[in-house]
Design a protein around this ligand. Structure first.
Ligand SMILES: CC(C)(COP(=O)(O)OP(=O)(O)OC[C@H]1O[C@@H](n2cnc3c(N)ncnc32)[C@H](O)[C@@H]1OP(=O)(O)O)[C@@H](O)C(=O)NCCC(=O)NCCS
Length: 332
């Protein structure tokens, strides 16, 4: 019997309509378009507006579109994993809210939290359920409403993040397409540089934590930058080496979109030219778990069956990793 691999058989994405430009940020904090563009590569990002709207409201339209594109009935879905750092609620899992909303009544679901590496970790995890032969249709979602935890008085942090997300369908493949290899890493000593101080069990919400603005993402940008450049470049090079891939063999680098300079450093280390690097940071900023599926969604029409893709991410925790996969279908 031929080996089962987990192949992506469809991708969909969703970004909210509201566009927060660098110009508008100039009216909120002391910054300017030139500084943001040259330091990060970001021009604008999307914001989910509206009372009572959370990450599931980004994920649901993406999943509904994915079901349509892959001709899948919601009842056929076995499992939905939602990678997010901004769940609708602490519990239940956002994955459950999504499965209920889309009618995936036979699926079980859970959330996976690995900050900006969330989608990568969830994709690796979801693929194991397919490779084992246990399940046939696994949806992996990466979505975040970062505007819910961004302090719009902190100019070094608020310029980076935006809201958005995407989803992929994983199905068994016996022709060798799909996920080939993954390298996933964590280092909890990095938690001090990027975290949220309050709202967890260690420091539940009080009037004081709210007044001290401790329910927002706290980031020491320079420290994160240093680790991110090294971490993402190292694992991307490592996954190429151990699969005997040269830069010519790689059709696309799909990097987490946190800072254009981190992406450039990763591509340089891999020896991959900028024409092979998926980019949407200019329009969406860092959507945390959303960046990689949003890239795949936007570049889907340029992907060909057999293309070698390297997905790479870095995030709070610290967490980082790379996945090597063979794209499984031609543009539809
Ligand atoms: C956040 C980040 C863009 C800041 O860029 P940086 O070049 O490291 O900037 P620094 O924090 O060293 O600040 C340099 C100066 O710019 C200022 N500055 C910070 N944000 C600014 C802004 N939005 N506009 C203008 N000036 C700003 C700082 O106050 C500092 O001024 P000083 O020298 O007078 O003290 C960058 O560190 C980064 O991208 N880090 C990684 C973040 C990341 O990837 N996070 C997600 C993890 S997945």
């Amino acid at each position: 019997m031929s080996k089962i691999t987990a192949a992506i058989t469809g991708v969909a994405g969703y970004v909210p309509d509201y566009v927060l430009t660098n110009k508008e940020l100039e009216t909120m904090v002391e910054t300017n378009d030139e500084w943001i563009t040259s330091r990060t590569g970001i021009k604008e990002r999307r914001i989910l507006k509206g009372e009572g709207k959370g990450t599931s409201h980004i994920a649901v339209p993406a999943v509904l579109d994915l079901l349509k594109k892959t001709n899948t009935k919601a009842e056929e879905v076995d499992l939905l994993i939602c990678a997010t750092t901004t769940p609708d609620m602490v519990f239940p899992a956002t994955a459950n809210l999504i499965t209920a909303e889309v009618g995936a009544v036979n699926a079980f679901g859970y959330d996976l939290q690995a900050a900006c590496s969330g989608f990568l970790f969830a994709l690796a995890t979801g693929s194991k359920f397919i490779e084992s032969g246990q399940y046939k249709k696994v949806i992996v979602v990466g979505a975040d409403k970062m505007s819910a935890i961004v302090d719009y008085t902190d100019r070094a942090t608020c310029i980076i993040f935006g809201d958005g997300g995407g989803a992929v369908m994983l199905e068994p493949n016996t022709e060798g397409y799909g996920i080939q290899d993954s390298i996933l890493k964590s280092d909890g000593t990095g938690a001090q540089y990027l975290h949220m101080k309050a709202g967890g069990s260690r420091k539940p919400a009080t009037i004081e934590t709210v007044q001290a603005r401790e329910h927002f993402a706290y980031q020491e940008g320079q420290q994160v930058f240093k680790f991110a450049v090294k971490g993402m470049a190292d694992v991307s090079a490592e996954v190429m080496e151990r699969n005997n891939l040269t830069a010519e063999d790689v059709a696309w680098l799909v990097p987490h979109q946190a800072n254009k300079r981190i992406i450039d450093a990763t591509a340089n280390r891999m020896g991959v030219g900028s024409e092979k690097v998926m980019l949407n940071i200019e329009r969406y900023g860092n959507t945390t778990s959303g960046t990689i599926p949003l890239c795949l969604w936007e570049y889907e029409k340029q992907l060909k069956k057999g293309d070698n893709l390297i997905l790479a991410a870095f995030g709070g925790g610290f967490t980082w990793g790379a996945i090597y996969l063979k794209w499984a279908y031609d543009p539809k």
